[in-house]
Design a protein around this ligand. Structure first.
Ligand code: ARG
Length: 492
């Protein structure tokens, strides 16, 4: 008897007796008991119904493994600040501070080795770290949460994680841009039909095609730096979103963690969680849109009907039935990942758009989207850079695509050079298309000498721009690692 049938039976005289039978026979049924009351689990912050715990914890025990080392840094800054706070008795002496930081460094190392464990009863990395500290250092562990909340703690850890991931992604973007510039340089004047509406349009080159995507990445990196700057202020000390009645030094913790400044308003510090993620994922989404268009071009232009490029064999996969197939799966999946990024960008924005001010648990669900966004885009950037390194143009196919129509505009402009008004030249060519003569595409490419065109590409400038970005990324990285070293290892 299905639940639906029971409802149909409801109201009929048989129903009541049926219900009684069911009640008696199934009273000990586990699922009914489960619905009434499940067991409780002991956690650091009290006993919680096991089903509720499992539902609310979600994937945190797994996802938070990526945050452990960042939370250790945040906690080290917090403890250091508390040890310098002018209260009597002090919350931590400097020796106690050193003992805690040493243990935090230890936990971070265990986590990096993939050996740190977060249980469901821990709920997340924050309470797992507090439990571990308490197991190792007793009372010191129990004091560490003084003057903070998991809300500012997780926001801080996430910003540290985002800064690191953004720098990593930016570096990978520039490695890809460099590969595209190199490809452009190598085949700078190799003719390639330029298209609009996907129809053959004007003579162009492989140099223009390839460095177009390099320049796109150089533009996208502005958004990535904006996301980096957005993440580069410190929410620590905002606690639950409303501060604490203790003389904490938020400027000190911000400095210790290498942030530009603290987020000033405590409630905004709370509210900026989710928004910071949204900004980062939007920037990544733009990167993936660039990558997806490149991937799409490669799928089309490597198909036998075009055959302009050969994707290296090792980047293609076969078919289980068709022996002849070498499919451009890498490019297709990059297209798919960009679709996911659009989804995740919209997902995080939807999550925060109508949230009440202050912390809301909804925010926890942005974590998976954030992490997957970094993971998917960074993997795509890395594999695409390798693919471009192995990409081969097929000059015969590229040249064979030049039908006389491709030179129609060039011909009209030739007539203009002879003194004819452009619109008259346009009509003359349009009315006599079948008289158009094939031009040597190399000559056509050489004729466009103005800025950014086939013979006016400043590839050295693009290469230099990439190098400068890489330098900035390196400088930001070394600034951060100096701060982290100083915080975790005072002797360094
Ligand atoms: N794991 C939680 C999150 O990601 C940590 C913060 C929990 N805060 C709270 N008030 N329940 O949001």
């Amino acid at each position: 008897m299905s639940a639906r049938n029971i409802r149909i039976l409801k109201g009929s005289p048989v129903y009541q007796s049926f219900f009684l039978i069911k009640l008696h026979s199934k009273i000990s049924n586990k699922s009914i008991c489960d619905m009434k009351k499940s067991s409780e689990t002991k956690t650091v912050v009290g006993d919680v119904d096991s089903d509720v715990l499992s539902f609310t914890v979600g994937k945190d025990p797994v996802l938070d493994l990526k945050l452990v080392e960042w939370d250790c840094l945040g906690s080290a800054a917090h403890v250091t600040m508390l040890s310098r706070m002018k209260v009597e008795p002090p919350i931590f002496t400097s020796e106690e501070r050193d003992a805690i930081v040493k243990e935090l460094a230890n936990i971070a190392e265990v986590a990096r080795a993939g050996k740190f464990v977060i249980t469901e009863a821990d709920q997340d990395c924050h309470l797992a770290i507090e439990r571990t500290l308490t197991e190792k250092l007793g009372d010191l562990g129990r004091r560490i949460h003084t003057g903070r909340s998991r809300n500012d703690q997780v926001s801080t850890a996430l910003r540290l994680y985002m800064r690191d991931q953004l720098l990593g992604a930016m570096e990978e973007m520039m490695v890809l841009a460099r590969a595209l510039n190199r490809f452009a340089k190598k085949h700078e004047m190799l003719p390639m039909v330029g298209r609009t509406h996907f129809q053959p349009a004007m003579p162009s080159t492989v140099g223009v095609w390839s460095s177009c995507y390099a320049e796109a990445l150089l533009d996208d990196i502005f958004l990535m730096w904006a996301a980096y700057d957005f993440a580069d202020s410190c929410p620590l000390g905002s606690a639950a979103s409303y501060g604490v009645p203790l003389p904490i030094d938020r400027i000190l913790t911000s400095k210790l963690l290498g942030f530009r400044e603290p987020v000033h308003n405590v409630m905004y510090a709370g509210n900026s969680r989710g928004k910071t993620e949204s900004v980062a994922v939007s920037a990544l989404c733009q990167v993936m849109l660039s990558l997806s268009r490149l991937a799409e071009d490669l799928v089309i232009f490597s198909a036998p009907e075009f055959g302009y490029f050969k994707i290296p064999r090792e980047f293609c996969t076969g078919s289980s039935i068709m022996p002849q197939k070498y499919n451009p799966d890498v490019c297709e999946l990059i297209r798919a990942k960009s679709a996911r990024l659009i989804g995740m960008s919209a997902g995080i924005a939807s999550l925060i758009k109508a949230m009440a001010g202050g912390y809301n648990r909804d925010l926890q669900d942005s974590k998976e989207m954030l992490m997957e966004s970094f993971d998917a885009s960074r993997k795509s950037l890395r594999i695409m850079a390798r693919l471009i390194d192995g990409l081969k143009p097929v000059p015969d196919k590229l040249r064979a695509a030049f039908s006389p129509e491709v030179f129609a505009t060039d011909r009209a402009l030739e007539l203009v050079a002879g003194g004819m008004p452009f619109r008259d030249a346009y009509h003359q060519v349009r009315d006599n298309l079948d008289e158009l003569k094939a031009v040597d595409p190399d000559d056509a490419a050489a004729a466009k000498t103005h800025l950014g065109a086939t013979a006016g590409l400043d590839l050295a400038m693009l290469r230099e721009a990439v190098n400068m970005e890489l330098k900035d990324i390196k400088a930001a990285r070394s600034g951060l690692s100096k701060s982290y070293k100083k915080l975790m290892d005072p002797l360094a």
